[in-house]
Design a protein around this ligand. Structure first.
Ligand code: SF4
Ligand code: SF4
Length: 301
């Protein structure tokens, strides 16, 4: 039994896009970055939070009556949530007859996650798959991640992968490397100021970690979430290709951006402004990266 606890917001099985083979992906909750285009805005805060889908709500008012914190008010547009009062108890989620409310985030132990993931061992073995830890940001919960990796990689023998922004001091990442088989590493922008403007954080740690992993020959696939008019410019793609060549990082996966997450922004009471990547812009980005002799693939996020 390992009672080390962490906060996650989902576990998905039969994933085909988070590393080789068929995988189970554990999504950590909480991220130090706040990317304008984040497809999982419910992953950004560390604590559990409520999503409210207005289109499903019939304004019956049951949730307002039952909220122990008086955090809900019924007005002309639907249910308004006072996030300062809400403690994330989930009472309003359980009683909603329309499933208009969802609570994102729960605390689980290493043993609980391992038990769920281990049920899929046969398909991992048959497909060459394993377990991926994504988020949110996995490196923001290093003790929890380390305990999961040591158990599932070292003791059980699963292939392990982390999907990360790379935003952590090098020693935090370095300590985990013996228990990781593959890193999927986002390089969102090569310019530090533009990176900070769109994500809330500079890219110094990220570039240092990418460079160090490349020089050590650690298995890394760079991931580029392709955001129109942000990082699909020729100057950024040239800088990225040059950096990867110098660092010895040969593989990049381009993630055409989609706006499927818009409804989640509305459900969290947030606004959203990014538009999907068009096919011509995707093709142009691939052409530029191919000039650098990189192994370029295209996936979906
Ligand atoms: S219980 Fe559900 S359907 Fe009824 S008002 Fe609350 S959110 Fe809307
Ligand atoms: S999660 Fe709990 S505290 Fe928050 S609005 Fe729902 S019932 Fe109220």
């Amino acid at each position: 039994m390992d009672d080390t606890r962490g906060v996650i917001f989902d576990i998905q099985h039969f994933s085909l896009h988070d590393g080789p083979g068929v995988r189970s992906t554990v999504f950590f909750k909480g991220c130090p970055l706040s990317c304008l285009w984040c497809a999982n805005p419910e992953s950004q805060r560390h604590k559990a939070e409520l999503l409210y889908f207005t289109s499903l709500c019939t304004r019956c008012g049951h949730c307002v009556e039952q909220c122990p914190q008086d955090a809900l008010v019924l007005d002309g547009t639907g249910i308004r949530l006072d996030r300062r009062r809400c403690v994330g108890c989930g009472a309003c989620v359980d009683l909603c007859p329309q499933n208009a409310r969802t609570l994102s985030g729960k605390t689980m132990t290493v043993s609980e996650i391992a038990e769920e993931v281990r049920q899929h061992w046969r398909i991992f073995m048959q497909s060459g798959g394993g377990v991926t830890f994504g988020g949110g940001e996995v490196l923001a919960q290093p003790a929890f991640l380390g305990a999961l990796l040591r158990h599932l990689h070292d003791e059980v023998g699963f292939h392990t992968c982390i999907d990360t922004s790379g935003y952590a001091p090098w020693p935090t990442l370095e300590a985990l490397l013996p228990h990781i088989d593959l890193i999927l590493l986002d390089l969102k922008h090569m310019d530090g100021a533009l990176h900070a403007g769109a994500t809330g954080k500079p890219n110094d740690w990220i570039l240092h970690n990418a460079r160090t992993l490349g020089r050590r020959g650690f298995p890394v696939v760079v991931r580029l979430p392709l955001i129109p008019d942000f990082n699909d410019t020729e100057s950024n793609l040239d800088a990225l290709g040059t950096f990867m060549n110098e660092a010895g990082l040969p593989s990049i996966e381009v993630l055409p951006y989609h706006d499927f997450g818009v409804s989640k922004y509305e459900a969290l009471g947030k606004s959203y402004q990014i538009h999907s990547t068009s096919k011509p812009r995707l093709d142009r980005a691939k052409d530029i990266l191919n000039r650098y002799g990189l192994d370029v693939s295209v996936s979906r996020e």
